[in-house]
Design a protein around this ligand. Structure first.
Ligand SMILES: [Zn+2]
Ligand SMILES: [Zn+2]
Length: 357
């Protein structure tokens, strides 16, 4: 099978500023991911083999490529927003049969026994293993995953390409929204408007129709998309929202938005940070943290870590009812480097996927 492999820490040597906007395809270097032809994996007794239709592109892949997360297994096939068709199943499998639609999220496996696992927090298990990091993921034609970790794709959400971004951006966005304590009538602020928050906004429109929703991003094309998708107001990172949000989700890789988000946050409000790693380059912004302005008055900060299989399944059900669709930018498997390069450079608002089969 064809697969795009991550063989070690690499980076994109140039930026769009260096290359210019035209003819990106021919200007992108061959790496950091390399195309290889390797044998397809064979499912164990509890596994399903998925013939992959699509795999979403996530900022976490950039964290892996640039060394902020070190995959314990190298080379590894990255990708953790997988949708496809079950090709075959191991002999113990009962949840899936061949030809079923299935997905894989960042959750690959956990111990299943510790107090976190038994309490429904397998995302916090010490033995948490991630798809596309501890085990091969979806930048390939096939992958295997345990049947209990795989995600069922609700029959009412039939488009496997549109379903792919729900496996991470949607699932972790949904988990973040739940963690904010958002209710109808409260005000929501979204910092960053990539794949996750553009799905969260659509869910919030459906679930919290009386709430104001503000989107804060420095990217004009993302601001434009946010207004199109029903945001009440959009602004830049340093702007004061028209009303103080009770609930904020930050998906940006930087620290400056955290300071401005805390300054905007309503008394008693909560900021949820939805990302695995922050970049270091503007960390000095934290020096401007002022207790009275940013933290006092019962403001809270929470992070979201990983996902459970249920997060994706729950959100897909809501998405089917509310007709939530990602704005898709589609790439071929061989164009994974281009897709990641464009993600890094903030090009094309919405979700990016590899269309594989
Ligand atoms: Zn992800
Ligand atoms: Zn556990």
């Amino acid at each position: 099978m064809r697969a795009m492999l991550l063989t070690g820490v690499g980076k994109f040597e140039s930026s769009i500023k260096d290359i210019g906007e035209t003819d990106l395809k021919s200007s992108i270097p061959a790496g950091p991911l390399v195309l290889r032809d390797i044998p397809a994996p064979i499912p164990g007794p509890d596994d399903i083999l998925i013939k992959i239709s699509a795999c979403g592109i996530c900022h976490t892949e950039l964290d892996q490529i640039e060394g902020r997360i070190s995959p314990p297994k190298l080379p590894v096939i990255p990708g953790h927003q997988v949708t496809g068709i079950v090709q075959s199943t191991g002999r113990n499998v009962t949840r899936f049969k061949p030809q079923d639609k299935a997905g894989a999220t960042w959750f690959f496996s956990s111990c299943g026994k510790c107090r976190f696992c038994s309490g429904g927090f397998e995302n916090l298990c010490e033995k948490f293993r991630a798809t596309g990091c501890h085990a091969d993921g979806g930048y390939a034609e096939y992958m295997i995953i345990g049947e209990n970790s795989a995600c069922r794709i609700t029959p009412s959400f039939s488009d496997l390409y549109s379903a792919a971004p729900f496996m991470c951006a949607g699932a972790v966005g949904w988990r973040s929204l739940k963690l904010t304590g958002m209710k109808n009538g409260k005000t929501l602020g979204l910092y960053g408007f990539g794949s996750a928050n553009h799905l969260v906004l659509q869910a919030a429109n459906y679930l919290f129709p009386d709430s104001k929703k503000f989107v804060i991003t420095r990217n004009p094309s993302e601001q434009k998309l946010a207004l199109k998708l029903g945001a009440d107001w959009t602004g830049d990172i340093e702007d004061r929202a028209p009303e103080r949000p009770d609930c904020i989700i930050d998906t940006t890789p930087a620290w400056k938005p955290v300071i401005f988000a805390l300054s905007n946050l309503q008394k008693g409000g909560r900021l949820v940070m939805n990302l695995i790693r922050k970049e270091e380059k503007d960390k000095s912004y934290l020096q401007s943290l002022d207790y009275a302005e940013h933290l006092w008055l019962e403001k809270e900060i929470k992070t979201v870590a990983n996902v459970t299989g249920r997060d994706a399944e729950e959100f897909l059900e809501i998405a089917a009812k509310a007709n939530i669709k990602p704005r898709l930018r589609v790439y071929a498997l061989e164009e994974a480097n281009l897709a990641l390069f464009e993600l890094k450079n903030g090009k094309h608002a919405g979700s990016k996927i590899l269309k594989i089969n």
